[in-house]
Write a protein that binds this ligand. Structure first.
Ligand SMILES: *[C@@H]1O[C@H](CO)[C@@H](O)[C@H](O)[C@H]1NC(C)=O
Ligand SMILES: *[C@@H]1O[C@H](CO)[C@@H](O)[C@H](O)[C@H]1NC(C)=O
Ligand SMILES: *[C@@H]1O[C@H](CO)[C@@H](O)[C@H](O)[C@H]1NC(C)=O
Ligand SMILES: *[C@@H]1O[C@H](CO)[C@@H](O)[C@H](O)[C@H]1NC(C)=O
Length: 633
């Protein structure tokens, strides 16, 4: 027993006084983390001024409540930082004794005012750490030149859609041969493309499960993100923090692993594409730049349109106490950092809120380039085997080393404080989660899986051979869920595990989740069993998979706009969370439909025309099929 407790002590890092649990009575003695005065009412009055600010609570001298708050905040994983508050204050009513229209130092006024209110109620004082925004009655936002330029471009796209649709409607009905680039913009034509049934060719149909995986993963990503603003606006903080104890919610909190599926799919498809290509063509390093450029051209147009909108007109879509903190911050960062996004380097830029979720696109692009280089340079089987082995090893080591030497969390921990900043300030997010070199492992697994599957297919192995593994396959999804829920260990009411353990876990968990994804893919492609495959090959996924790129691009903007427009706190509950996340999935998909029809599909067809114009040789049939499949992640 003694040995056991010694073992526990070694495993657990010692930290100073921490309060893990409080009963409700004690809990609500602390001032609320977020407080909002009525926003619309305040600004409706002439002269009304409403300020939002981040505050640090301080105490003059010893204070029992203050030490309680500090000790309670030490457990950052599941507790709010109780000494860091967000207040929205109507200066002209709540602080009317301090406010004076001639005085310009609003920060000082707010601090004096809050010093008084917090002192009266809690015997605490405060420092305004950041005056986030001050809105005045009758404020209007200025329109800049960049806004006009973007508006013109957007109008142009809409015009092209109108003209293209009319053209498609009147001309094509008469002359079916007449194929004009204007037809790319025909909405009817694009709608037909969107709902087109999947390709019935059996060799292509094999890969149909990937559409299902991609759509499901995209929905789960949105599901995880939709929940983020709740942390800032929860009125029942006590219950909110208790969500972490519930295993069912761990799917939200540990769902961050799900994005690894994309990397596996990406590696798998790249390998299949290259191997299929090299059956008919000589491989050379010269295809590397070509591959990079064509991928950039395929992914960038709709991304650029959305980025331009985010950097300009998104400012005008709402207002509220949270607006500057949740939405405007992204607008400002996009103005500053947009070129990193377009060059797909934004996952190596920290502290930028500009379309933070597109770290994945950057990462995927970089891994794709890496994969192309490796496959383009090492063309013999033996060299490739060694290269892939090295890639996998490097992929296993990088998260481990980062976690160990930078003393990071084992997984991305979705703590209440981190949720309110959309992860941007989190060291684990910045150093391990979003970098390319720390996400290699599953890309490598995808490449290896692609190679194996291609080999088996070439050898024409009888599929009946694989059927015996179907009972094993059924265990894969529970295993995935298990891997996800295992992360619950890190949310427990105790100090974090020791560094070596965290380091080990950080790369093992990625690889295990990736292995599960590989097994699901192989199970679909090799037709091992029919249950999961049936679900993943459902016809409806085909259209959703086409929309998934747009929905992915758009969803964070919707979440930020909706979150930023909140002007009251909400009661967080099981049903409310469900309504919010499923509502957001539906909304993102709904908005993605017109975006796909009017922007994504026309522009990518234009790019295809452009690329085909440069291409001397006609692509072979299989290549076209592969392109269709890899058509946007
Ligand atoms: C909550 O905890 C405090 C201090 O530990 C105790 O005095 C109080 O009785 C408890 N209240 C309830 C309702 O259990
Ligand atoms: C809580 O916030 C305060 C003020 O921003 C900061 O000084 C403190 O380090 C934070 N506490 C923890 C445990 O992160
Ligand atoms: C503010 O300044 C104006 C003119 O400068 C003056 O008439 C007014 O009395 C001042 N108001 C206060 C509250 O000091
Ligand atoms: C508010 O109280 C803190 C702590 O006593 C003090 O440092 C600060 O100067 C006060 N602010 C104002 C504006 O009085």
């Amino acid at each position: 027993m003694k040995l056991f407790s010694f073992f526990i002590l070694v495993l657990i890092e010692w930290t100073s006084a921490v309060i893990y649990r409080l009963n409700e009575t004690e809990y609500y003695r602390m001032p609320p983390v977020t407080h909002l005065d009525p926003y619309e009412r305040c600004l409706s009055r002439p002269g009304g001024v409403y300020c939002s600010a981040e505050l640090g609570v301080v105490a003059d001298g010893p204070n029992e409540l203050y030490s309680l708050m500090k000790e309670y905040s030490e457990h950052t994983v599941t507790h709010f930082n109780r000494t860091q508050l967000f207040y929205g204050v109507c200066m002209t009513s709540t602080c009317r004794d301090f406010y004076n229209a001639n005085e310009t130092d609003l920060k000082h006024i707010l601090e004096a005012c809050l010093n008084k209110t917090l002192w009266d109620e809690y015997q605490l004082k405060t420092r305004v750490t950041e005056l986030i925004s001050c809105d005045k009655h009758g404020d209007t936002k200025q329109v800049y030149a960049a806004d006009i330029v973007v508006a013109v471009i957007l109008m142009l796209i809409v015009m092209l859609n109108l003209i293209g649709s009319l053209y498609g409607f009147y001309c094509i009905s008469r002359n079916k041969q007449d194929r004009n680039w204007l037809l790319c913009f025909s909405i009817v034509h694009n709608w037909e493309k969107l709902v087109k049934p999947p390709n019935p060719d059996p060799e292509v149909a094999r890969f149909r499960g990937l559409s299902g995986m991609r759509s499901l993963t995209m929905m789960l990503v949105i599901l995880g993100h939709a929940f983020l603003p709740s942390a800032l606006s929860a009125v029942n903080e006590f219950e909110f923090e208790q969500l972490y104890d519930n295993l069912a919610y761990q799917i939200f909190f540990n769902g961050t692993l799900i994005v690894q599926t994309f990397f596996v799919i990406s590696g798998f498809l790249l390998m299949m594409k290259i191997l299929t290509y090299s059956e008919h063509h000589q491989m050379s390093w010269r295809m590397v730049p070509k591959g990079i450029i064509s991928r950039w051209l395929r992914l960038t147009p709709s991304y650029a349109v959305l980025l331009a909108f985010t950097a300009t007109w998104m400012r005008f879509t709402g207002a509220g106490p949270f607006w500057a903190r949740i939405a405007e911050i992204e607008v400002n960062d996009c103005r500053r950092h947009w070129f990193y996004n377009l060059l797909y380097l934004n996952n190596y830029i920290d502290k930028s809120h500009c379309m933070t979720h597109t770290w994945y696109l950057a990462c995927d692009m970089q891994l794709h380039v890496l994969g192309l280089i490796i496959l383009g340079v090492f063309t013999s089987g033996r060299a490739r085997k060694i290269a892939l082995g090295c890639l996998f090893t490097v992929g296993m080591l990088t998260p481990m080393l980062h976690t160990y030497f930078q003393n990071l969390d084992a997984v991305l921990l979705v703590s209440p404080t981190i949720m309110t900043t959309f992860f941007v300030t989190d060291p684990t997010f910045n150093n391990v989660y979003k970098r390319s070199h720390t996400n290699i492992v599953n890309f490598a697994l995808g490449l290896i899986a692609g190679w194996i599957v291609h080999g088996w297919k070439k050898k024409q192995i009888d599929e009946a051979n694989f059927k015996k593994y179907r009972y094993g396959m059924w265990l894969v999804w529970p295993a995935m869920l298990g891997v996800v829920d295992l992360g619950a260990l890190f949310y427990q009411a105790r100090p974090p595990p020791a560094r070596p353990l965290r380091a080990l876990y950080s790369s093992l968990v990625k690889a295990s989740f990736g292995m599960c994804a590989v097994l699901v893919i192989m199970g679909c492609v090799l037709r091992v069993e029919d249950l999961y495959r049936g679900i993943l090959e459902w016809r409806g996924w085909t259209a959703l998979a086409r929309l998934s790129y747009c929905a992915y691009l758009i969803h964070v903007m919707l979440i930020r706009i909706l979150g930023g427009m909140r002007s009251t706190l909400t009661h967080v509950s099981f049903l409310q969370i469900n309504m919010e996340v499923y509502g957001m999935i539906a909304l993102a998909l709904l908005v993605a439909v017109p975006f796909w029809l009017m922007v994504e599909s026309p522009l990518s067809q234009l790019v295809n025309i452009l690329l085909a114009g440069n291409e001397k040789e006609k692509p072979t049939k299989t290549e076209v099929n592969m392109n269709e499949k890899t058509e946007k992640k």
